[in-house]
Design a protein around this ligand. Structure first.
Ligand code: UT7
Length: 331
């Protein structure tokens, strides 16, 4: 009997309508389109403006898109994982709310937080559940409302991030398609370089923390950049090597969209041509947990059954890794 693998069988996505362009950012902080474009590759990002709407708003829309397109019966979903760094509320599970709202009435659900690697780690979790035979339909949603934790007077962070959500369904596959291998890493040294200082258990919210703007993302961009470039490239090259893949065997690199220069460095190290690199950073910026599923959402029609995809991500913590997956369907 063939080994059961975990394949992606459906994709959905959602980005808010409101576009925040580099030109508009020029009127908000001391920056310019040329600097942002050459340093990051970003031209615009989407911002969720709906009142009282959090990350779940976008996660639900992405999941509903998947359910409709994939003709999925939500009551058959076993498990809903929401990968996010911006849950709706502290403590209450965003995933539990999302599962109920989309009609996944027989599912259990939880959130997974690993900063920009949340979705990549979520893919690993989903694959393990499927491979073990425990569950048959696992919905993994990557969603982040980064605008809720960004200081729009800080030019070092507000130009980078955007809001969005993407969703994928994992199911068992007996043809050897789906997740083939993974290499996941983390290193707590990263905590000082990319974080929110207050609002957690070390420094709970107070009048003081609000006054000091300690509830916004802080990033030492240069340091994060150095770690991201070397580590994302290294794990991607390693996973190719140990699966005996040359650049010709790889149809697509699916890289976290933090900075076009980090993506280029990863592709170079792998020897993969630029036309094989999925890119949407120019349209959405860095949507944290949503970058990888939104790439699949944008490129789904170009993917062919049997294509070899290398996913790579790097994020706060630090957390990073790479996953090798064979695409399972033609759309
Ligand atoms: O997804 C999670 C992981 N995150 C990442 O992977 C992000 C990694 N880091 C980066 O992508 C880059 O470091 C940034 C895009 C954040 C910054 O690019 P950089 O090339 O590292 O710039 P820098 O921080 O070294 O700043 C260079 C100069 C500085 O001026 P001086 O000191 O050279 O006079 C900054 O003050 O650019 C200045 N600067 C800006 N200028 C115009 C910083 N931000 C801006 C801005 N507009 N928005």
């Amino acid at each position: 009997m063939n080994k059961t693998t975990a394949a992606i069988t459906a994709v959905g996505g959602y980005v808010p309508d409101f576009v925040l362009s580099n030109k508009v950012l020029e009127t908000m902080v001391d920056t310019n389109d040329e600097w942002i474009t050459t340093r990051t590759g970003i031209k615009e990002r989407r911002i969720l403006k709906e009142e009282n709407a959090g990350t779940s708003y976008m996660a639900i829309k992405a999941a509903e898109d998947l359910i409709k397109k994939g003709n999925v019966d939500p009551s058959e979903i076993d498990f809903v994982l929401v990968a996010t760094a911006t849950p709706d509320l502290p403590v209450a599970s965003t995933a539990a709310y999302v599962a109920s709202e989309i009609g996944a009435v027989n599912a259990f659900a939880y959130d997974l937080q690993a900063a920009c690697s949340s979705f990549l780690y979520g893919m690993s979790t989903a694959a393990s559940y499927i491979e073990s035979g425990k569950y048959k339909k696992v919905l993994v949603i990557g969603a982040d409302k980064m605008s809720s934790i960004i200081d729009y007077t800080d030019r070092t962070t507000c130009i980078i991030f955007g809001d969005g959500a993407g969703a994928v369904l994992f199911e068992p596959n007996e043809e050897g398609l789906g997740v083939q291998d993974e290499y996941l890493r983390s290193d707590g040294i990263g905590r000082q370089f990319l974080k929110i200082d207050a609002g957690g258990s070390i420094l709970p919210a107070s009048e003081e923390t609000v006054k000091n703007k300690q509830h916004y993302v802080y990033q030492d961009g240069k340091s994060v950049f150095k770690f991201a470039v070397s580590n994302m490239a290294e794990v991607s090259a390693l996973i190719m090597e140990r699966n005996n893949l040359t650049h010709e065997d790889v149809q697509w690199l699916v890289p976290h969209q933090a900075n076009k220069r980090i993506i280029d460095a990863t592709a170079n190290r792998m020897g993969v041509d630029s036309e094989k690199v999925m890119i949407n950073i120019h349209r959405y910026g860095n949507t944290t947990s949503a970058t990888l599923p939104l790439l699949l959402f944008d490129y789904e029609k170009q993917l062919k059954k049997g294509d070899n995809l290398i996913f790579a991500a790097f994020g706060g913590g630090f957390t990073w890794g790479s996953i090798y997956l064979k695409w399972a369907y033609n759309s």
